[in-house]
Design a protein around this ligand. Sequence first.
Ligand SMILES: [Zn+2]
Length: 195
Amino acid sequence: MGYVSVEDRRAHQKAWRASHPDYNRTKCRAWYAKHRAKSVAAIVMWQKNNRERVNAKNRAWAKKNADKKSAAGRAYYEATKAEHQAKSSAWKRANADRVRAYSHNRKAKKLGVGGRYSQVEWLEVVARQQGLCANPYCRKACDLTQDHIVPFALGGMNCIENIQGLCGPCNYSKSDTPMGEWLIRYARNRRLTSA
Ligand SMILES: [Zn+2]
């Protein structure tokens, strides 16, 4: 089939495409399916090399679709909230000492108290105490919790030398009392309750 001119041919092609709307789409899809891995790799590579353009486009989309985006985010958050919270509390329960060390290190930094201890150093303390509460009147074998022998409030540091392992109830009872003072009180209470 011959064409009179380039314009003529373009017009003809345009008309043909208009009357076969699915042809190109189908062809594109088939090609894409066949070359999917390559296409995706090419897209990823392009995005990597055009990070700024991609970010700008994403920002523009997010701005234009703020409602849609936050609604979708909220819906996802709401739908998975319970699951995330359950997972997070289970992890915190199973890693109570890590959570406590994190909070000690954070608090020390915030208060400008010197020292910082690691999980390894803490586990060495537990091993040295053979997993028993450091209170000589208690000596319970349990999951020990970190206690500052001299509390921050009384000038104690957050270094491992000032850390001992107490059982939960002992740690709660001692709170911000220095170890010596607390032991005297503990022994006295003990005599009173056992008398
Ligand atoms: Zn104890």
